[in-house]
Ligand binder design. Structure first.
Ligand SMILES: [Zn+2]
Length: 576
């Protein structure tokens, strides 16, 4: 009860705690106590309310409706005082012949006692407001002891004689009693629903599973009994599929009719079990059986890829093949042996070609053997003409030129490897093929690691072998790490320092799709840098653009080109 306002009389039922009562004030809760007393709840057991009611109602009858309105808002805090007021009203009505005729009391011409006069005044008011008459202290006390039964015996809750049009509230209250039977009705309706649903279910089942029904078998409509299987359709001669045969490993028939008895589908779904039942409106297709191969012993043989070299050009694609498998089958009945390719071999192909750039006037400039003390000067020229190039670096030199390497990355050049130390030692400083397979792999992978230490990300898989020495075994030794070995179409021979003009002329001899070889290390690079200053503006004027090796490789699908070349080669071999 801690939620109750402090002004609420103790023991009362605060309508604020009763949503129904609060929402829809009943006659009981609508007593005009506040209006009558003028200052909050009337003290329980006092007749002050009755006197006030008389004074107020007599003084301003026209304001009563508004008073009631106000009261309805305030009713929530009135509680017991309302009851007190109404019980007092009844007490007053005892002066009149009966409670039922209280409305007629004022019509009498007899002199009235003060209490009867108050009652008369109240009735006049109540006719308008429908409010019960506030009771006296004794009446209230007596009724409190008598409890509700005693009260109800002398206080009919509803007095038809006094009923007015807006008396709906008390009757509406009775709906809570009329609702009770609904529980029983609910159970009955649930049972009815179950029975009806059961009947519907049985009907649906019978509809879907009639004792006999139509089905379409191989395009013909047939009437079959419920439970008919695919095997039944064949046994009953509805269809007569030809069974398959038992065959040897080479396909020759060993025994006719010993294959599968039929192949079938029901509504497009493959059926293997002959005991599969057909249903109403199914579409059944039953066809001939298939051959069954005799049991055989199998032996799998791996076929290693052959290594082929195809094509010509500056780009050398390393297309790694895959082993295949062949199964040798020996029939247990026939004793015959056949070979079946279970996985085709893909050959290793070293495929050389030139970039097919179509109408694009693009050239790839490449610089080997850097970084070097003059790399920054070279980068200055490339930057001046907004030219992108590819640097084939020496891995062991990279750490010595961090600034130049950062610039190459920042200014959009491609950086890849020209091996770790240019095949020093057993490679005579220029020939990887002289090295052991392990040394070859180390030259490539260490060079790649040096590059990624600067560029980050994946290791570059296009590389250039020192001196262009790349053939035979080394191709497949480094194949797991390298996709392309990049040669050149134009060799400027700048390392021989023939003069800037000579080098420039050689650069300018390049045509679309060409790769131009120059150097960014290994000796004085002044002529190379001067040659670029001469050649680049002239080539740009002719409409050439300069791309990196990766950009040039993107023009072609090397594998597809290799397959075409292989087919052409096969056709030529067949013709000879
Ligand atoms: Zn080199």
């Amino acid at each position: 009860m801690h939620e109750e306002p402090s002004s609420t009389p103790a023991g009362s039922h605060n309508p604020r705690n009763n949503p129904r009562q609060h929402k829809k004030p009943t006659r009981r809760s609508a007593a005009p106590t506040q209006h009558l007393s003028g200052s909050g709840p009337a003290p329980a057991g006092s007749n002050h309310a009755a006197q006030s009611a008389a004074a107020s109602t007599a003084g301003s009858p026209s304001s009563a409706p508004q008073g009631r309105q106000r009261h309805e808002v305030a009713a929530s805090s009135l509680g017991e005082s309302n009851g007190a007021a109404r019980r007092s009203a009844h007490q007053a009505s005892q002066a009149a012949p009966s409670a039922g005729s209280s409305a007629q009391a004022p019509a009498s011409s007899q002199p009235l006692s003060p209490e009867a006069a108050a009652r008369a005044a109240y009735d006049e008011y109540a006719a308008v407001t429908e409010q019960p008459y506030p009771g006296s202290a004794t009446a209230h006390g007596a009724q409190r002891h008598a409890g509700y039964a005693g009260y109800a015996a002398t206080n009919p809750r509803v007095n038809p004689a006094r009923k007015t049009t807006d008396q709906a509230a008390p009757y509406a209250d009775y709906t809570r009693y009329t609702k009770k039977p609904k529980k029983k009705a609910g159970i009955v309706s649930v049972i009815l629903t179950v029975v009806i649903l059961g009947a519907i279910g049985a009907g649906v089942f019978l509809y879907l599973n009639p004792p006999s029904f139509n089905t379409v078998v191989n395009g013909m409509t047939c009437t079959v009994d419920s439970g008919t299987t695919v095997a039944d359709l064949i046994a009953d001669g509805v269809v007569s599929p030809e069974p398959g045969n038992l065959v040897a490993v080479d396909g020759e028939v060993i025994e006719e009719g010993k294959g599968t008895p039929f192949t079938a589908t029901i509504n497009g779904e493959e059926v293997v079990d002959p005991a599969t039942a057909v249903h109403k409106n199914d579409t059944v297709q039953i066809s001939a059986g298939t051959d069954i191969m005799e049991d055989y012993d199998a032996k799998t043989v791996e076929k290693k890829p052959k290594t082929t070299t195809l094509g010509e050009g500056a780009i050398h694609a390393i297309i790694t093949g895959e082993s295949g498998t062949v199964e040798k089958r020996t029939g247990k009945i026939s004793g015959k042996t056949v070979k079946e390719v279970t996985k085709p071999v893909v050959n290793n192909t070293y495929f050389s070609y030139n970039a097919n750039t179509g109408d694009d006037k693009v050239i790839a400039l490449t610089f080997d053997d850097g970084p070097w003390p003059t790399t920054n000067e070279l980068l200055d020229v490339l930057k001046e003409y907004d030219v992108k190039a590819t640097f084939f670096t020496i891995g062991e030199q990279i750490a010595d030129y961090p600034d130049a390497m950062k610039r190459e990355v920042k200014e959009g050049h491609q950086i890849t490897t020209h091996t770790w130390d240019h095949a020093s030692g057993s490679g005579n400083g220029v020939d990887l093929t002289l090295m052991s397979p392990e040394e070859q792999v180390e030259e490539v992978t260490k060079g790649q690691e040096a590059v990624t230490s600067v560029t980050g990300g994946e290791a570059p898989t296009a590389f250039r072998a020192p001196g262009g020495n790349f053939h035979d075994d080394i191709i497949w030794n480094v194949a797991p790490y390298v996709s392309y070995e990049i040669g050149w179409n134009v060799d400027t021979e700048d390392w021989r320092t023939p003069g800037a003009d000579v080098i420039a002329d050689r650069i300018m001899s390049a045509k679309s799709g060409d790769i131009v070889l120059m150097h960014d290390g290994g000796g004085p690079r002044t002529q190379t840098i001067e040659a670029l200053k001469i050649a680049l503006p002239k080539m740009i004027e002719k409409g050439y653009k300069f791309v990196t090796i990766d950009e040039l490789l993107a023009y072609d699908d090397a594998k597809a080109l290799a397959e075409e070349a292989q087919k052409a080669q096969d056709a030529q071999d067949a013709a000879e």
